[in-house]
Design a protein around this ligand. Structure first.
Ligand SMILES: *Cc1c(COP(=O)(O)O)cnc(C)c1O
Length: 427
């Protein structure tokens, strides 16, 4: 059977398939560049694993306190080598990205200190962590204040505003690499490096934390290569490679990471405790696969931007733009188009393909939200997924794909559903 027939059997009509192939023809140089980055990062991960003599004893499960857990300790050395940091904390006890960021912030900020975001508002879930929205146990409740310098209208750093906001109490600066659900651009590690240098030139002892979620392995260097004291992320995004079923990481200076370990477990216990519960094979192998998984997700994002921009839908980043994370925003302009797009992503999934996504109210949102995900790991957004609030400008945020071929099917299927619903016509 020819491949086109297989697409037809999966619901993709020949016109949609051909349209996708025509777009793909132009993308070969982009894809080559993505593969080159993946190759670099694969070698970086391999070198770290070889240097630390990873072997089968590191895959053994531990329980209880997890004393002398060599698999866990060695994985942390591997992460530290990959991110070129002195230390790392990589644990299943870190439940998600928000938790990892919370540990990093609350471990390194004391009452009377101030936290500064020089890149505008942080990710939604951090608002309660910081206390921007009042919450029990927020940093604010513990006497940590918060300041923010917004980006300039063109999305660049407002250095004058940042200079004004750095003062004696400014202890930690948080920089979010990915735009998340905002409309600002995502930042490259090199851009973040410039910002770090600027902040440290004003206050040399200020600590810099980078929220690295969705950014790992998109480029060959990470923010830790540009002087960040901590880089923080989730294992059910890029670095878990789709295999990690839970977890988060904090890589950074020994001073910062020690404090994070004391905060995560208990003062005095730190990294000495924390059983690995049999997750080491998934964590090691997931990290090993992550560079190619991220490459697949990036190809999907580039493909989606080129398909939808060519049909007149605004995309962030744009079809031709460089990428600093795996997220693709597509402005579809109507609720119906968002639903059709998400139906296409959902019905192309390996899991829950028969489920129909519908807009639903969600805590923390003032409008209904639609989500499409057919994932092996619940909520994993390195797996192909799409979501967005049903409100103007009616944009979906699309990310992930454990393989490029799955991402391709998902995007073609989203287009098919838009076509079927009469919401788009092919030229
Ligand atoms: C996903 C994400 C988070 C939070 O991670 P969760 O695992 O969803 O808690 C924080 N910041 C950014 C930029 C993210 O993309």
């Amino acid at each position: 059977m020819g491949i086109e027939t297989m697409y037809t059997q999966l619901g993709i009509c020949p016109a949609v398939y051909e349209y996708g192939e025509a777009i793909l023809q132009q993308l070969r140089p982009r894809f080559d560049q993505i593969d080159r980055t993946a190759e670099h990062n694969q070698l970086k991960v391999l070198a770290a694993m070889q240097k630390n003599r990873v072997n089968a004893t590191h895959f053994a499960a531990t329980t209880g306190y997890g004393y002398n857990d060599d698999g866990r300790d060695n994985l942390e050395r591997v992460y530290a080598d990959v991110f070129h940091t002195e230390a790392a904390l990589v644990r299943p006890q870190i439940t998600c990205g928000t938790h990892a960021l919370t540990v990093a912030l609350s471990a390194n900020l004391l009452p009377g200190d101030e936290l500064l975001s020089p890149v505008g508002a942080p990710y939604d879930t951090l608002e309660e962590v910081i206390g921007i929205r009042p919450s029990k146990c927020s940093l604010r409740e513990y006497g940590v204040t918060y300041a923010q310098a917004d980006l300039k209208p063109d999305g660049s750093f407002d250095y004058d505003a940042i200079r004004q906001k750095i003062h004696a109490r400014t202890k930690l600066i948080t920089i979010q690499r990915s735009k998340g659900y905002a409309t600002r651009p995502s930042f490259s590690p090199a851009q973040i490096g410039e910002l770090i240098s600027f902040c440290k030139s004003i206050k040399p002892d200020v600590k810099i934390m980078v929220d690295n979620c969705y950014g790992e392995f998109v480029e060959t260097l990470e923010p830790s290569d540009y002087g960040a004291d901590m880089v923080v992320g989730s294992l059910i995004k890029n670095p878990g490679g789709g295999l990690a079923p839970i977890g988060g990481y904090i890589c950074g200076t020994k001073e910062c990471v020690d404090r994070c370990a004391y905060r995560l477990s208990a003062p005095g216990l730190g990294q000495e405790v924390g059983a690995n519960l049999g997750l080491m094979p998934a964590f090691y192998q997931g990290l090993f696969l992550s560079p190619t998984v991220v490459a697949g997700a990036l190809k999907g994002a580039v493909f989606a931007a080129n398909i939808y921009e060519s049909l007149g839908f605004p995309c962030v980043p744009g079809a031709k733009e460089d990428r600093h994370d795996i997220i693709q925003a597509v402005t579809l302009g109507s609720a119906e188009a968002m639903v059709a797009f998400c139906k296409g992503i959902q019905s192309a999934a390996p899991v829950d393909s028969y489920v129909t996504p519908e807009p639903w109210s969600m805590p923390g949102y003032d409008s209904d939200v639609i989500m499409a995900a057919g994932a092996f790991v619940q909520g994993s957004s390195i797996e192909l997924s799409a979501d967005g609030p049903i409100r103007s400008p009616y944009a979906v945020y699309f990310q992930g794909g454990l393989t490029w071929y799955h991402a391709k099917l998902g995007i073609l299927n989203s287009l098919q559903k838009l076509l079927d619903a009469g919401l788009v016509s092919l030229p």
